[in-house]
Ligand binder design. Structure first.
Ligand SMILES: [Zn+2]
Length: 336
């Protein structure tokens, strides 16, 4: 189960509007993008490098995904070129999300859950320096600074980076390669970021080069070896937009570690099943309008399902789904 963020009707209205704008943006992109004009490029498995994918499916907007025939990682193929992705991420439809949505800057709540998971999975790393890649407004940094001697971030979006700086953090605007050369960290973190990178192996090699002796890389990401993915597949929120291009299987993470000079030091699934009663109900009764985790088309259904779900044991919903893991994973890579 997951907790639907509250704030009632206005929040739902915002979500509905954001998804409508983004779907329009994606349809406009797909209507002209092709391999011939270079807006789409051929992809391969981001985990093991294998060029053969099977079990192809299209998400509801029309992006094509395949599963690696070797490691079962799911990736978008063809995928928007990096220039096209940069344009998509900077479209007003995305800006709308960051300016008006749940990520509104100003009041940052610390991400203690992620920090506590890191310390539980690898208690020996509790001190030293930490770099958070894709730090956004600094929620994780806020939590990490209680534990680590020195924390800093790197963030691609200039506005978001400026907000993190105004929250008191040292933040580089840009990518990992823009962090001052020669800097080394005991812990480098990347929370819910790797799934957005088309071929992250190069980024991970850079991460490895920036770790101190004994340093570790901690990241969290969606999972696809899951009950919810078996159940929803093309309708799953993990494959709902151009944003998620690389969705690693557990086995794929082993390949990725090997290819980039790491080993998997710790791994866990978390986040529950990620299918609510309203998902199950609305997918059955209005499949054409179904949106995983949204129910944006019918707030009454959303709130009544959530109410019923509170009094139902989790196993009641679970009984409707195939068996599988929880919906997200946390991983620690150590240099091999
Ligand atoms: Zn693979």
């Amino acid at each position: 189960m997951y907790a639907m963020t509250g704030r009632g009707g206005a929040f739902l209205e915002f979500r509905r509007e954001y998804h409508r704008r983004r779907a329009d943006l994606e349809r406009a992109f797909l209507s002209h993008a092709s391999l011939e004009n270079g807006e789409l490029v051929v992809n391969r498995c981001p985990a093991c490098g294998n060029e053969r994918g099977d079990d192809a499916f299209y998400n509801p907007v029309g992006f094509r995904f395949v599963r690696c025939s070797k490691c079962r990682t799911i990736y978008m193929d063809p995928v928007p070129s990096s220039a096209a992705l940069a344009r998509l991420y900077n479209d007003p439809a995305e800006t709308f999300h960051w300016q008006k949505g749940e990520s509104t800057v100003g009041t940052v709540k610390p991400a203690h859950e992620e920090r506590d998971a890191l310390l539980r999975m690898m208690p020996s790393v509790a001190r030293g320096s930490l770099l958070d890649v894709g730090c956004a407004v600094g929620a994780f940094l806020l939590s990490a600074k209680e534990q680590f001697d020195r924390v800093e971030g790197v963030e691609l979006n200039a506005n978001t980076a400026a907000t993190a700086r105004s929250n008191g953090f040292e933040v580089t605007t840009g990518r990992l390669e823009d962090v001052a050369p020669g800097k080394r960290f005991d812990v480098i973190t990347m929370l819910q970021v790797i799934e957005h990178i088309v071929q992250p192996a190069e980024t991970l090699e850079r991460v490895r080069a920036m770790l101190t002796q004994g340093g570790i890389f901690y990241f969290s990401l969606p999972a696809v070896d899951t009950a919810s993915f078996k159940y929803l597949q093309r309708d799953h929120v993990h494959v709902s937009s151009y944003g998620h291009v690389s969705l690693f299987s557990r086995e794929g993470l082993e390949s990725l570690a090997r290819r980039t000079g790491f080993r998997v030091a710790a791994h866990e699934f978390y986040g529950g099943l990620d299918v609510s009663l309203h998902d199950v109900v609305s997918r059955r009764i209005m499949p054409g309008q179904f949106r995983h985790r949204m129910a944006a088309y019918n707030s009454r259904l959303l709130f009544s399902s959530n109410f019923v779900e509170k009094v139902l044991p989790e196993r009641a919903v679970k009984a409707l789904l195939p068996a599988g893991e929880q919906s997200y994973q946390r991983v620690i890579f150590s240099p091999a």
